[in-house]
Every structure is written in structure tokens, then in C-alpha cells.
Design a protein around this ligand. Structure first.
Ligand SMILES: [Ca+2]
Ligand SMILES: [Ca+2]
Ligand SMILES: [Ca+2]
Length: 247
């Protein structure tokens, strides 16, 4: 008599286990999630990446400029793309990036001109004793207080000869490519520091937040921030100048 037990299925007949099915569904959900990311969010990501790329290219172009000219260019203070100053004596140490003088792309991924601050010791003829005076900070944990994690402690990143920054999507303090004006950032915020003065802030983006304060008081959230920033190192500049026999 033939036993009533069905023969063991072959590999081809076996089908999926529940775990395999769950993994497949998980992957499909991930793919769908990626495709369903709102178009505006995708555009924002692209504009941010485009801006990062422009900042890196602009920094490289500045290093080329320094090798040729022995100094950094002055900022552009009258929106024509050309530096404002004479032989390194700048009209102002901060303004729009002189894209025409350096030969770089005019505007970031959001359509705003890049901003630029340069130390006078580097917009004039550079010597090995030249020192930058742009203080770059970030905000985050205080490493000296192990056991408590802060979010707003000012931490120094660099004292730089020059900083190039994008005003980001909100555009506060920026010069639109097509002309026109944008409102200034709220006084007392990190974006206001990036708009004017020798202290610049590089930190993670933050959406508009009520009851915020850009200070070291933990417990209140940090304010809106979307600037993107890079800086030059004095040692990189010295290295390029020495390698080119200019220093
Ligand atoms: Ca100009
Ligand atoms: Ca801490
Ligand atoms: Ca901004």
C-alpha cells in the first residue's frame, strides 16, 4: 500500500518561506518609499549637493588664484562679480564671492551668489607669518562634560584666512542671481553671524523652530539654519605657494 504521506518537495517546488517573503516585502517598501519622496524634497537634496560641489570647486579655484597672485581676492561689494579693492586693500573684508575675478560659477543650487569673508593678512601679499582672523565654530556636545550630552556648546573648528558660504534655501542675507533683495537673518542668530562679522558658523541644518535661541543655554532649541560653509586653511595656502616657488 502506498503511504499517505506526500513526498518531500523538491527545491523548485518549495516556494518562499515567510521570512523570505517578509524580506522581499521590506525591500519593495523601501524602494516605493524612495520613489514616493516628495519631488520638492528631492529637489532640495539636489540643490544642497549642487551647492556642496560649487563650494568645493570655488575653494579649489581660490587656491589656484592664490598661486598666481600671491594673495586672495577681495570680496565683491557692488554685485558685479568683480573684486572691490586695489592691490589687496579691500573695500570690505566681507561681501559676495568675486566669481568673475576668480572665474567660477555665479550662483549656488538655490540661485544665490556665494558669500565670502577674507582676512586682510591674506587679501594683501601673503607671508609665512600671515595669520587668518575668521573664527569658524560649530555647535554640539561639550567634550569636557562626560556623561551629559549638550547640543549647543560652541566648539571652535578653525581660525581661517577665508570662508566661502552659501546662504542656503532661505536665502537670508543673500544676493539673488537675477537681482533683487532678500531679508536679512534674524539678529542674534547663527545665520546673522554668517551674514556679517569675523565669526562664522558651520552646523547641521535646522527647520524654523519657535522659542529658539542660538546660544549655549541647553533646553531651548537652536534656530533655523541652512547655510553651507567651507574655509581655506592657512597651511594649505602656504603649501601651494611654497610648492609654486612663490613664498
Ligand atoms: Ca565688484
Ligand atoms: Ca558633554
Ligand atoms: Ca540661510
Amino acid at each position: 500500500m502506498i503511504p499517505a504521506v506526500a513526498p518531500a518537495p523538491t527545491f523548485a517546488q518549495r516556494g518562499f518561506t515567510l521570512i523570505e517573503l517578509a524580506i522581499v516585502l521590506f525591500i519593495v517598501a523601501l524602494l516605493l518609499g524612495g520613489m514616493l519622496l516628495p519631488l520638492s524634497a528631492q529637489q532640495d537634496i539636489r540643490a544642497r549637493q549642487e551647492t556642496d560641489k560649487l563650494l568645493a570647486e570655488t575653494r579649489d579655484a581660490l587656491l589656484g588664484y592664490v598661486v598666481v597672485n600671491g594673495r586672495l581676492p577681495c570680496p565683491d561689494t557692488d554685485a558685479d562679480g568683480a573684486e572691490n579693492g586695489s592691490s589687496g586693500a579691500c573695500t570690505a573684508q566681507e561681501g559676495d564671492f568675486p566669481y568673475q575675478t576668480v572665474g567660477t560659477t555665479q550662483a549656488d543650487g538655490w540661485g544665490y551668489r556665494l558669500r565670502y569673508r577674507v582676512s586682510s593678512a591674506f587679501s594683501g601679499t601673503i607671508a609665512l607669518t600671515s595669520a587668518g582672523d575668521v573664527s569658524v565654530i560649530t555647535r554640539g556636545d561639550d567634550p569636557t562634560t562626560g556623561g551629559s550630552t549638550e547640543a549647543k556648546k560652541e566648539n571652535a573648528l578653525a581660525t581661517a584666512p577665508a570662508v566661502i558660504l552659501s546662504v542656503g534655501k532661505n536665502g537670508y542675507g543673500g544676493t539673488p542671481r537675477g537681482g533683487g533683495t532678500v531679508s536679512s537673518p534674524t539678529a542674534g542668530t547663527d545665520e546673522a553671524l554668517n551674514n556679517s562679522g569675523a565669526k562664522k558658523v558651520s552646523r547641521s541644518p535646522m527647520p524654523i523652530t519657535s522659542g529658539c535661541a542660538d546660544n549655549e543655554v541647553e533646553g531651548t532649541p537652536l534656530c533655523e539654519f541652512d547655510d553651507q560653509l567651507v574655509w581655506l586653511s592657512a597651511n594649505t595656502i602656504f603649501n601651494r605657494l611654497v610648492a609654486a616657488g612663490k613664498l
